[in-house]
Design a protein. Structure first.
Length: 507
């Protein structure tokens, strides 16, 4: 009899629930959307009750054609670096401050006034930043003292759902490593950081492995959430780390590139990879005993989508008439340009930049425009600019690891010309999987399968997501791109003062 695993991918725009068999077959998924409040320039909040309702709704929709008794376990992939404030009864005290919120800059500065930035980086694997959970909790303390005094725990989004299902206050190691308060050397909360932050360490939950079984669905909660009493609840992990598993990055040196609106390169190691320029960072992996060094750029697919919307209106209109994707027509145009886009460079910093620049003031730019340039050159330069930027991240890891192939996932990996450019810029073989958009869900499902003993190890992810194609780098092309890399870097550094000036003028 077929048995099932449910994976919930608790994202920024909605929750996607996916159903898999324990043999690795993907049955299908359903999505329930919810809103985000964006305000005060860089604040972002969500209502945790919306997440709960989305999880319950998608459970019921997903299981309407099967017997819920056959669902053995449920697990989670969740947006990271959040701050969900609850009291001792688990009641939400305020809207959740989510990963995209950057309000807590003063709180980050407070920590750095007491801890050397290099010591901090080598403790947590990350830079100290307002992006992370402990700084957000400090902001609540400093600005909403009446709420802060009633906070029992500060949770991440998926941890709040686990609490609703089991009554337990827990987080997993991967989400803990996104709080800016977790010591990756000991896999424990850092008392030094909590002391510097002035935060009670007990306000964070117990950290456990991603495969930890938090509990079982009670009879009381079963009807509300659409599952059968006794269904096991497995912690799962942060969405990026679940994607690592779903992409097959579960053994030493196994590297992948997720090509979505943002894009990241991550690998698997036993120890953190530290960079003297802080260009990359480190997470606790879902796989016990491993670390996931990572570098994330802000605007990859988002840059490509922007150029589609702004200068490819004719392609969009034609594609609509033909009933095809506009990217199919755009990619045909890109192929008409040559390596280096006839001397045109695009800087993909439309949302500032995280890794490798860490510059919120960075701006996008086309550099080298000439009257002879055609639309094909502009379009190709956008893909090449994304590839150049990602290659800086890859070079950090390649300096310490032998990386001979990279698995690609995400929407941009669907384009043959995009994969060709990336393979040549990286000068590395690219491997494409059969499911490009399901990696986070697959990672959570595999985590559940390992936790309950249906899967022997995380390496059985190959049953869920198989390699279907590969792109080898062309030596001649790689040599040409290698000459463009230092020019791309020079374009960025030459405009540093301009970025700052424009940021001031644009306020």
């Amino acid at each position: 009899m077929t048995k099932y695993l449910i994976a919930h991918d608790l994202g920024t725009s909605g929750n996607k629930a996916s159903l898999f068999t324990t043999e690795g077959k993907y049955i299908g998924s359903t999505i329930s959307e919810y809103g985000t409040d964006y305000f005060n320039a860089n604040w972002a909040e969500q209502n945790p009750l919306d997440w709960w309702h989305a999880v319950c709704e998608t459970n019921k929709l997903l299981t309407r054609n099967i017997d819920v008794k056959d669902v053995l376990a449920i697990s989670f992939s969740g947006q990271m670096m959040g701050c969900v404030c609850v009291d001792k009864q688990g009641n939400v005290l305020r809207k959740a401050i989510i990963w995209a919120d950057m309000r807590a800059t003063k709180q980050a500065d407070q920590i750095l006034s007491k801890i050397d930035k290099d010591v901090f980086y080598r403790t947590t694997g990350h830079k100290c930043s307002s992006s992370y959970s402990i700084e957000k909790l400090m902001w609540v303390r400093d600005n909403e003292p009446d709420i802060y005094k009633n906070i029992y725990k500060s949770l991440n989004p998926k941890d709040y759902i686990v609490h609703r299902l089991t009554g337990k206050y827990l987080t997993d190691y991967s989400d803990a490593s996104g709080t800016n308060a977790f010591d990756l050397n000991t896999f424990k909360w850092s008392e030094t950081i909590f002391d510097a932050a002035g935060i009670d360490i007990d306000k964070f939950p117990e950290a456990v492995p991603s495969t930890y079984i938090a509990g079982e669905i009670s009879e009381e909660i079963a009807t509300e959430c659409g599952l059968y009493p006794g269904t096991k609840v497995v912690m799962g992990g942060g969405d990026g780390m679940c994607a690592s598993v779903g992409a097959g990055s579960v053994s030493l040196g196994k590297t992948y590139n997720c090509l979505g609106s943002s894009s990241w390169i991550a690998t698997t190691t036993k120890e953190p990879i530290y960079d003297d320029q802080y260009r990359t960072f480190n997470w606790a992996h879902l796989v016990p005993g491993f670390i996931a060094p990572c570098g994330t750029m802000q605007s990859a697919g988002a840059s490509f989508n922007w150029v589609k919307n702004q200068i490819c209106t004719s392609e969009v209109a034609e594609a609509k008439k033909k009933g095809i994707s506009p990217y199919q027509l755009i990619n045909e145009e890109i192929e008409q340009s040559s390596i280096g886009s006839n001397g045109l460079i695009f800087l993909p910093y439309l949302l500032g930049e995280r890794s490798p620049r860490w510059n919120p003031d960075a701006k996008g730019a086309f550099i080298g425009l000439k009257l002879e340039h055609k639309r094909a050159d502009i379009l190709r330069s956008v893909i090449e600019g994304i590839a150049y930027n990602l290659n800086i991240i890859l070079q950090v890891f390649s300096s310490q690891l032998n990386i001979d192939e990279i698995t690609v996932i995400g929407g941009m990996a669907k384009g043959e010309i995009q994969r060709r450019i990336l393979a040549d810029v990286f000068n590395t073989k690219l491997v494409t999987l059969n499911y490009l958009d399901e990696a986070s869900s697959i990672g959570a499902a595999v985590c559940a399968g390992v936790a309950i003993g249906e899967l022997k190890s995380f390496s059985e992810v190959e049953k869920f997501n198989k390699a279907v194609a590969q792109d080898e780098p062309i030596a001649e092309n790689a040599a040409k791109y290698a000459k463009y890399m230092p020019v791309f870097d020079k374009c960025y550094t030459s405009l540093l003062d301009v970025y700052t000036d424009l940021s001031v003028l644009g306020r």
